[in-house]
Design a protein around this ligand. Structure first.
Ligand SMILES: Cc1ncc(COP(=O)(O)O)c(C=O)c1O
Length: 279
Protein backbone atom coordinates (compact mmCIF):
# COMPACT_ATOMS: atom_id res chain seq x y z
CA UNK A 1 0.00 0.00 0.00
CA UNK A 2 1.47 3.31 -1.09
CA UNK A 3 0.62 6.18 1.22
CA UNK A 4 1.15 9.92 1.04
CA UNK A 5 3.50 11.20 3.73
CA UNK A 6 3.60 14.98 3.47
CA UNK A 7 4.68 15.27 -0.16
CA UNK A 8 6.22 11.83 -0.59
CA UNK A 9 4.64 8.62 -1.92
CA UNK A 10 5.99 5.76 0.12
CA UNK A 11 5.19 2.19 1.17
CA UNK A 12 3.17 2.38 4.40
CA UNK A 13 5.82 0.44 6.34
CA UNK A 14 8.50 2.94 5.26
CA UNK A 15 6.63 6.15 6.09
CA UNK A 16 8.27 8.50 8.58
CA UNK A 17 6.70 11.12 10.83
CA UNK A 18 9.15 13.60 12.39
CA UNK A 19 9.45 12.97 16.11
CA UNK A 20 8.99 16.70 16.81
CA UNK A 21 5.67 16.94 14.95
CA UNK A 22 3.09 18.54 17.25
CA UNK A 23 0.48 16.05 16.10
CA UNK A 24 2.60 13.23 17.48
CA UNK A 25 3.71 15.12 20.59
CA UNK A 26 0.41 16.70 21.63
CA UNK A 27 -2.41 15.35 19.48
CA UNK A 28 -2.32 18.75 17.77
CA UNK A 29 -3.92 17.45 14.59
CA UNK A 30 -7.19 16.83 12.75
CA UNK A 31 -8.27 13.71 10.92
CA UNK A 32 -11.02 12.34 8.71
CA UNK A 33 -11.98 8.81 7.77
CA UNK A 34 -13.45 8.76 4.28
CA UNK A 35 -15.13 5.83 2.61
CA UNK A 36 -14.42 4.63 -0.93
CA UNK A 37 -17.22 2.64 -2.61
CA UNK A 38 -16.80 1.31 -6.16
CA UNK A 39 -13.65 3.44 -6.47
CA UNK A 40 -15.59 6.62 -5.60
CA UNK A 41 -15.14 8.82 -2.53
CA UNK A 42 -18.29 8.99 -0.41
CA UNK A 43 -19.32 12.58 0.41
CA UNK A 44 -15.81 14.00 0.21
CA UNK A 45 -17.14 17.57 0.41
CA UNK A 46 -18.73 16.89 3.82
CA UNK A 47 -15.43 15.59 5.16
CA UNK A 48 -13.54 18.61 3.83
CA UNK A 49 -16.14 20.95 5.32
CA UNK A 50 -15.76 19.29 8.70
CA UNK A 51 -11.99 19.52 8.49
CA UNK A 52 -12.21 23.18 7.52
CA UNK A 53 -14.46 23.85 10.50
CA UNK A 54 -11.95 22.04 12.76
CA UNK A 55 -9.11 24.17 11.37
CA UNK A 56 -10.99 27.35 12.21
CA UNK A 57 -11.59 26.12 15.74
CA UNK A 58 -7.98 25.12 16.42
CA UNK A 59 -6.65 28.11 14.47
CA UNK A 60 -4.64 26.06 12.02
CA UNK A 61 -4.01 27.78 8.71
CA UNK A 62 -3.75 24.92 6.21
CA UNK A 63 -6.26 25.87 3.52
CA UNK A 64 -3.80 25.07 0.73
CA UNK A 65 -3.33 21.52 2.08
CA UNK A 66 -7.10 21.14 2.21
CA UNK A 67 -7.31 22.19 -1.43
CA UNK A 68 -4.74 19.55 -2.40
CA UNK A 69 -6.70 16.70 -0.81
CA UNK A 70 -9.03 15.78 -3.72
CA UNK A 71 -6.07 15.39 -6.09
CA UNK A 72 -4.00 13.40 -3.64
CA UNK A 73 -6.96 11.12 -2.94
CA UNK A 74 -7.47 10.54 -6.66
CA UNK A 75 -3.82 9.56 -6.99
CA UNK A 76 -3.99 7.31 -3.90
CA UNK A 77 -6.98 5.46 -5.33
CA UNK A 78 -5.30 5.08 -8.73
CA UNK A 79 -1.86 4.06 -7.42
CA UNK A 80 -3.34 1.40 -5.12
CA UNK A 81 -6.20 0.42 -7.47
CA UNK A 82 -8.67 0.89 -4.65
CA UNK A 83 -12.27 -0.24 -5.14
CA UNK A 84 -13.40 -0.03 -1.56
CA UNK A 85 -11.49 1.20 1.48
CA UNK A 86 -11.39 3.56 4.43
CA UNK A 87 -9.05 6.44 3.76
CA UNK A 88 -7.51 8.34 6.63
CA UNK A 89 -6.51 11.96 6.10
CA UNK A 90 -4.51 13.55 8.87
CA UNK A 91 -3.30 17.14 9.06
CA UNK A 92 -0.90 17.95 11.87
CA UNK A 93 0.38 21.29 13.14
CA UNK A 94 3.85 20.24 11.95
CA UNK A 95 7.28 20.65 13.51
CA UNK A 96 7.58 23.57 15.88
CA UNK A 97 11.17 23.13 17.12
CA UNK A 98 13.76 25.77 16.27
CA UNK A 99 11.22 28.33 15.07
CA UNK A 100 11.59 32.04 15.73
CA UNK A 101 9.02 33.63 18.10
CA UNK A 102 6.92 34.99 15.26
CA UNK A 103 7.21 31.90 13.01
CA UNK A 104 4.37 29.39 12.63
CA UNK A 105 5.01 25.68 12.09
CA UNK A 106 4.25 24.35 8.61
CA UNK A 107 1.23 21.99 8.80
CA UNK A 108 1.86 18.49 7.46
CA UNK A 109 -0.49 16.03 5.76
CA UNK A 110 -0.56 12.22 5.84
CA UNK A 111 -2.99 10.10 3.84
CA UNK A 112 -3.35 6.32 4.02
CA UNK A 113 -5.96 3.67 3.27
CA UNK A 114 -7.07 0.41 4.81
CA UNK A 115 -9.55 -2.32 3.94
CA UNK A 116 -13.11 -2.06 5.26
CA UNK A 117 -13.29 -4.73 7.94
CA UNK A 118 -15.91 -7.50 8.18
CA UNK A 119 -18.99 -6.23 9.95
CA UNK A 120 -19.95 -8.02 13.15
CA UNK A 121 -23.27 -9.80 13.43
CA UNK A 122 -25.91 -7.46 14.74
CA UNK A 123 -27.29 -6.42 17.14
CA UNK A 124 -24.06 -5.57 18.97
CA UNK A 125 -23.97 -4.74 22.66
CA UNK A 126 -23.34 -1.22 23.96
CA UNK A 127 -22.84 0.07 27.49
CA UNK A 128 -23.62 3.56 28.78
CA UNK A 129 -20.67 5.26 30.46
CA UNK A 130 -20.30 8.60 32.24
CA UNK A 131 -18.21 11.18 30.39
CA UNK A 132 -16.93 12.50 33.70
CA UNK A 133 -14.95 9.28 34.12
CA UNK A 134 -13.03 9.87 30.88
CA UNK A 135 -10.92 12.70 29.45
CA UNK A 136 -13.41 13.60 26.74
CA UNK A 137 -13.17 16.69 24.57
CA UNK A 138 -16.60 18.20 23.78
CA UNK A 139 -16.92 21.33 21.74
CA UNK A 140 -19.53 22.76 19.41
CA UNK A 141 -18.92 22.41 16.52
CA UNK A 142 -17.13 19.18 17.41
CA UNK A 143 -13.48 18.86 16.39
CA UNK A 144 -12.23 15.61 14.95
CA UNK A 145 -8.81 16.07 16.49
CA UNK A 146 -6.00 13.68 17.36
CA UNK A 147 -7.15 13.82 21.02
CA UNK A 148 -9.05 10.55 21.27
CA UNK A 149 -7.60 9.38 24.56
CA UNK A 150 -10.94 9.37 26.41
CA UNK A 151 -12.71 7.72 23.48
CA UNK A 152 -10.12 4.95 23.24
CA UNK A 153 -10.09 4.38 26.98
CA UNK A 154 -13.88 4.04 27.10
CA UNK A 155 -13.74 1.68 24.13
CA UNK A 156 -11.20 -0.46 25.92
CA UNK A 157 -13.38 -0.55 29.06
CA UNK A 158 -16.41 -1.48 26.95
CA UNK A 159 -14.52 -4.34 25.33
CA UNK A 160 -13.43 -5.57 28.75
CA UNK A 161 -17.06 -6.12 29.73
CA UNK A 162 -17.97 -7.69 26.37
CA UNK A 163 -19.55 -4.61 24.73
CA UNK A 164 -18.81 -3.44 21.19
CA UNK A 165 -19.04 0.30 21.93
CA UNK A 166 -19.46 2.64 24.88
CA UNK A 167 -22.23 5.27 24.68
CA UNK A 168 -21.35 8.44 26.55
CA UNK A 169 -23.71 10.20 28.95
CA UNK A 170 -22.65 13.75 29.77
CA UNK A 171 -22.61 15.51 33.14
CA UNK A 172 -26.20 16.70 32.65
CA UNK A 173 -27.40 13.14 32.04
CA UNK A 174 -27.80 13.51 28.25
CA UNK A 175 -26.75 10.76 25.85
CA UNK A 176 -24.15 12.17 23.43
CA UNK A 177 -22.41 9.66 21.14
CA UNK A 178 -20.18 6.60 21.12
CA UNK A 179 -16.39 6.49 21.20
CA UNK A 180 -16.12 6.50 17.40
CA UNK A 181 -19.75 6.42 16.24
CA UNK A 182 -23.00 8.34 16.50
CA UNK A 183 -26.10 6.88 18.10
CA UNK A 184 -29.73 6.83 16.95
CA UNK A 185 -33.00 5.71 18.52
CA UNK A 186 -36.42 5.12 17.04
CA UNK A 187 -39.58 5.71 19.03
CA UNK A 188 -43.14 5.81 17.67
CA UNK A 189 -41.81 6.02 14.08
CA UNK A 190 -39.62 9.02 14.89
CA UNK A 191 -35.88 8.84 14.34
CA UNK A 192 -34.03 10.50 17.22
CA UNK A 193 -30.36 11.36 17.56
CA UNK A 194 -28.49 13.57 20.06
CA UNK A 195 -28.22 17.19 18.87
CA UNK A 196 -24.86 18.54 17.67
CA UNK A 197 -25.20 21.33 20.25
CA UNK A 198 -24.11 18.72 22.79
CA UNK A 199 -20.71 18.66 21.08
CA UNK A 200 -21.29 15.39 19.22
CA UNK A 201 -19.59 14.91 15.89
CA UNK A 202 -21.86 15.74 12.93
CA UNK A 203 -21.15 12.35 11.36
CA UNK A 204 -21.22 12.11 7.58
CA UNK A 205 -23.19 8.88 7.93
CA UNK A 206 -25.42 10.51 10.58
CA UNK A 207 -26.44 13.11 7.98
CA UNK A 208 -26.94 10.47 5.31
CA UNK A 209 -29.16 8.37 7.59
CA UNK A 210 -31.34 11.39 8.38
CA UNK A 211 -31.81 11.94 4.64
CA UNK A 212 -32.64 8.27 4.04
CA UNK A 213 -35.10 8.27 6.95
CA UNK A 214 -36.94 11.33 5.64
CA UNK A 215 -37.21 9.66 2.28
CA UNK A 216 -38.77 6.66 4.01
CA UNK A 217 -41.35 8.97 5.61
CA UNK A 218 -39.92 8.87 9.12
CA UNK A 219 -39.91 12.03 11.18
CA UNK A 220 -36.39 12.99 12.19
CA UNK A 221 -35.46 14.86 15.37
CA UNK A 222 -32.14 16.00 16.71
CA UNK A 223 -32.91 15.94 20.39
CA UNK A 224 -31.78 16.03 23.99
CA UNK A 225 -32.19 12.46 25.20
CA UNK A 226 -31.66 11.62 28.84
CA UNK A 227 -30.32 8.23 29.76
CA UNK A 228 -33.53 7.28 31.63
CA UNK A 229 -35.49 7.66 28.39
CA UNK A 230 -33.60 5.02 26.43
CA UNK A 231 -35.38 2.10 28.12
CA UNK A 232 -38.61 3.15 26.38
CA UNK A 233 -37.10 3.34 22.87
CA UNK A 234 -38.37 0.94 20.19
CA UNK A 235 -35.05 0.59 18.33
CA UNK A 236 -31.44 1.73 18.52
CA UNK A 237 -28.43 1.69 16.23
CA UNK A 238 -25.01 3.26 15.90
CA UNK A 239 -23.49 4.74 12.75
CA UNK A 240 -20.14 5.55 11.20
CA UNK A 241 -18.23 5.56 7.95
CA UNK A 242 -16.81 2.13 8.79
CA UNK A 243 -19.91 0.26 10.00
CA UNK A 244 -22.75 2.18 8.29
CA UNK A 245 -25.84 1.35 10.36
CA UNK A 246 -25.32 -1.20 13.13
CA UNK A 247 -28.30 -2.11 15.36
CA UNK A 248 -27.47 -2.22 19.09
CA UNK A 249 -28.88 -3.46 22.37
CA UNK A 250 -28.00 -3.02 26.00
CA UNK A 251 -28.77 -5.12 29.07
CA UNK A 252 -32.52 -5.68 29.14
CA UNK A 253 -33.30 -4.05 25.76
CA UNK A 254 -35.18 -5.93 23.05
CA UNK A 255 -36.30 -4.79 19.61
CA UNK A 256 -37.46 -6.04 16.23
CA UNK A 257 -35.21 -3.39 14.57
CA UNK A 258 -37.86 -2.93 11.90
CA UNK A 259 -36.87 0.54 10.72
CA UNK A 260 -33.18 0.07 11.53
CA UNK A 261 -33.00 -2.84 9.08
CA UNK A 262 -34.61 -0.79 6.32
CA UNK A 263 -32.21 2.12 6.88
CA UNK A 264 -29.29 -0.29 7.04
CA UNK A 265 -30.26 -1.79 3.69
CA UNK A 266 -30.87 1.62 2.11
CA UNK A 267 -27.40 2.76 3.16
CA UNK A 268 -25.80 -0.47 1.93
CA UNK A 269 -27.52 0.04 -1.44
CA UNK A 270 -26.23 3.60 -1.59
CA UNK A 271 -22.70 2.35 -0.85
CA UNK A 272 -23.04 -0.35 -3.52
CA UNK A 273 -24.15 2.22 -6.08
CA UNK A 274 -20.92 4.19 -5.62
CA UNK A 275 -23.02 7.37 -5.41
CA UNK A 276 -22.90 9.96 -2.67
CA UNK A 277 -26.38 11.42 -2.93
CA UNK A 278 -29.75 10.07 -1.88
CA UNK A 279 -31.87 10.14 -5.01
C1 LIG B 1 -16.66 10.57 18.05
C2 LIG B 1 -17.23 10.16 16.73
N1 LIG B 1 -18.55 10.26 16.52
C3 LIG B 1 -19.10 9.89 15.34
C4 LIG B 1 -18.34 9.40 14.30
C5 LIG B 1 -18.98 9.00 13.00
O1 LIG B 1 -18.68 9.93 12.00
P1 LIG B 1 -18.79 9.54 10.44
O2 LIG B 1 -20.23 9.18 10.20
O3 LIG B 1 -18.40 10.79 9.73
O4 LIG B 1 -17.88 8.38 10.22
C6 LIG B 1 -16.95 9.30 14.48
C7 LIG B 1 -16.12 8.80 13.38
O5 LIG B 1 -14.93 8.65 13.49
C8 LIG B 1 -16.38 9.68 15.71
O6 LIG B 1 -15.07 9.60 15.91
Amino acid sequence: MLIYANGVWVEASQAVIPFQDQGFLYGDSLFETIRVNQGALFRLEKHLERMRSGMQTIRMDAESLLEDIPNILGTLIAKNQIISALIRVMITRGVSDNLAEDEQPQPAIYISARAIGELPEWPVKVIFVKEQNYPILRFHPAIKSGNYLGNMLAKKDARTVGAFEPVFVNRDGYVTECAIRNIFFIKNNILLTPAVELGVLPGVIRDTIMELARKRGLKVREALIIQNEVASMDEAFISSTGVGVLPVYWEGFESDYKHSQILRNDLQELFKSGKSYVS
